[in-house]
Design a binder for this molecule. Structure first.
Ligand code: SAH
Ligand code: SF4
Length: 391
């Protein structure tokens, strides 16, 4: 899978370049590569510097502005060169295993990597926006107790191409090429699918840079949100090197409860986390941090919890909004969702302190597309198989 291309390429490597992978068929996938990597890849197959530079510019435009997946239609590239490109390169998309559409319009895709692993992405249409929720890893090393993904073991990080490929695929499906500045269906991207994005930092950063690139998809960083369970040492770098909106999965206000439901808290506690939030580059009243708070019955949903949440956010002077997420159950999940009355009361207390605290509307539940319900079908299937064996 990760064999390295010819030596000539290694020679042209810069410090920041990783070896470029070739596929089993010997071709190089251009999706997810930086401009420098595309140039180096073209040179490794025989183009001179000047040609490689020109073709890189053209390929970039075709891939990220026009959504091209084949070289034949690239009309500004010499006709004789197009078969040569096809022989040596591809522009991939994730393989779609299934696509389901919920009664509320939410769409969920089950995708497959070249090496046979499943991952998921979800598109949530609203009247004024369309949000794509994408994955950063297959599985997750963290084991938040209320999260279905957390019950999977980590299989591997997704590559840059697999991360940006989710957005490319969604835009194919929504017929959103070429890129236009206004009237888009896919307006927002959230890294809230499977995995902890800050444990796959380099790939997530490089993929989001492609999404924000002005000559391509050109999505503003204000329309992208990265959600972390609280990987404190990576938060400053996320702000400096990516600069997108930050969402933090807080979910509890005492050490005992957060240790139990978000175990990374044992490593980086609530105070450390909130101090890192206060220091997040670019945070101000116009760009607030979102605190996600899953509502678990009799676990973290008391009036006292709500008041403590307010106290903490005020103590750290955090420009914050709180997103209350009704817990989405999954088979054998150890918690129940709080009652609607409890959720309303919690929201009211936070709101009365001057902090916005909307209750997130659950979407796509009928197709298991809601927050925390994502888990690879293969894994579900293997569980089912083992249950059958047991009974
Ligand atoms: N790993 C990152 C991003 C993926 S999870 C993180 O933890 O922030 C996206 C959001 O869904 C997180 O806030 C997560 O805590 C929440 N979530 C997970 N399982 C859930 C469930 N069963 N019900 C509701 N929200 C859930
Ligand atoms: Fe991983 Fe986020 Fe799920 Fe926690 S909530 S297990 S960090 S995906």
């Amino acid at each position: 899978m990760t064999s390295v291309v010819a030596d000539s390429l290694t020679e042209t490597k810069t410090d920041t370049q990783k070896p470029i992978a070739t596929r089993k068929d010997g071709r190089i996938d251009l999706l997810g590569l930086s401009r420098e990597d595309i140039r180096a890849a073209l040179k490794s197959k025989g183009l001179d510097e000047k040609q490689a530079k020109l073709r890189t510019k053209q390929l970039w435009h075709w891939m990220y502005n026009r959504g091209a997946v084949a070289f034949d239609g690239m009309t500004d590239i010499a006709k004789t060169m197009r078969p040569w490109l096809t022989e040596h390169f591809v522009i991939s998309r994730p393989e779609v295993v299934t696509m389901q559409i919920s009664t509320d319009g939410t769409r969920k895709w089950l995708l497959k990597t070249d090496d046979g692993y499943d991952y998921e992405m979800v598109f949530i249409p609203d009247a004024d926006r369309g949000t794509l929720c994408i994955s950063s890893q297959i599985g997750c090393t963290l084991n938040c107790r209320f999260c279905n993904t957390g019950t999977m073991r980590l299989v591997r990080n997704l590559t840059v191409g697999e991360i940006v490929g989710q957005i490319m695929l969604a835009r194919d499906s929504l017929d959103e090429w070429p890129s236009k500045p206004e009237g888009r269906l896919l307006t927002n991207v959230v890294m809230m699918g499977m995995g902890e994005p800050l444990y796959n930092f380099d790939n997530v950063r490089d993929a989001l840079k492609l999404v924000m690139d002005g000559d391509g998809i050109a999505l503003s960083r204000r329309r992208i949100t990265l959600s972390t369970s609280g990987v404190v040492p990576m938060m400053a770098r996320a702000g400096e090197e990516i600069g997108v909106n930050l969402a933090v999965s807080l979910h509890a206000v005492t050490k005992a409860v957060r240790d139990e439901i978000v175990p990374i808290n044992k490593k980086y506690g609530i105070d450390e986390l909130l101090a890192a939030c206060a220091a997040y580059p670019g945070v101000n009243n116009a760009r607030r941090i979102t605190f996600e708070y899953v509502m678990l019955k009799d676990k973290n949903d008391s009036e006292e919890d709500a008041r403590e949440l307010v106290r903490l956010l005020q103590y750290y002077r955090l420009p914050a909004k709180v997103n209350l997420i009704p817990f989405n159950p999954w088979p054998n999940s150890p918690y129940e969702c709080s009652t609607p009355e409890r959720i309303a009361r919690f929201s009211e207390i936070v709101f009365n302190a001057g902090i916005s605290a909307p209750v997130r509307r659950t979407r796509g539940q009928d197709i298991m597309a809601a927050c925390g319900q994502l888990k690879s079908a293969a894994e579900r299937q293997s569980k089912r198989d083992s249950m059958i064996t047991l009974s």
